[in-house]
Design a binder for this molecule. Structure first.
Ligand SMILES: Nc1ncnc2c1ncn2[C@@H]1O[C@H](COP(=O)(O)OP(=O)(O)OP(=O)(O)O)[C@@H](O)[C@H]1O
Length: 209
């Protein structure tokens, strides 16, 4: 079994700005993120949550500002879209990121906490939207990554499944740096996360910035 990241580390975002044309999306956002301290980005639709995730992952460049603490760190993510290998099974989708990190029987046992046994032999193209979302969550939390970013991870999940997914996320991201976005305070509480609000001078997960 893979061990969580160790030792503890911090990522510090300072004065990040990003515009698309004339539209200022991120306006001097500052955040302090720490491994083992789940944080939840909460902001109205269009406020720039996905943009911030994309900048953290290096998929987008900020106009100004700095990010410290990412050097040598690996990421996994749940994007707004599931981005699965549709023709492959859930096990194959997860193996794609874990490699031989977990023995097959262990991985199968973990998957069964979130997906019905009869789904294991099907390609994920035959899954419901909620099942695909659970697959994307499993892939992100089981990947050998230091930093786990999740963009509205609970989309399409019913309350019971959401609770179970939250338990799995908490278990498998313990000690990692977890940042996710949601529009729901309840979701933030499920993951025991500190809430950061974009647009209110950035936000602080912990003191010291
Ligand atoms: N590649 C792009 N080109 C132009 N504008 C963009 C681009 N990406 C995002 N935007 C704009 O930037 C703003 C922030 O988008 P973003 O997706 O980061 O918001 P969000 O907070 O994640 O929204 P939601 O909660 O709806 O997912 C939006 O107005 C969006 O239209």
């Amino acid at each position: 079994m893979l061990l969580p990241s160790d030792p503890a580390f911090r990522v510090t975002v300072r004065d990040l700005t990003k515009s698309y044309g004339d539209s200022l999306v991120l306006d001097h956002v500052s955040l302090n993120l720490e491994s083992g301290c789940p944080c939840c980005l909460m902001a109205p639709s269009g406020a720039g949550k996905t943009t911030l995730f994309r900048i953290l992952m290096g998929l987008e460049t900020a106009d100004s500002g700095t990010i410290e603490g990412l050097e040598g760190r690996s990421f996994s993510a749940v994007f707004q879209e599931d981005r699965l290998l549709e023709g492959y099974t859930v096990l194959q989708n997860i193996r794609f990121v874990t490699g031989r990190g977990y023995p097959a029987h262990e991985l199968t046992a973990i998957i069964k906490h979130l997906l019905p046994e009869d789904s294991l032999k099907k390609p994920v193209s035959e899954f419901s939207g909620g099942m695909k979302r659970r697959t994307a969550i499993l892939r992100a939390i089981l990947a050998p990554a230091d930093i786990v970013l999740m963009d509205e991870p609970f989309t399409g999940l019913d309350p019971d499944t959401k609770q179970q997914a939250a338990r799995m996320i908490n278990k498998y991201t313990a000690g990692k740096l977890l940042l996710f976005s949601t529009h729901s305070q309840e979701d933030a509480a499920l993951l025991g996360a500190e809430i950061l609000r974009l647009g209110e001078n950035g936000g602080l997960c912990s003191p010291g910035i």
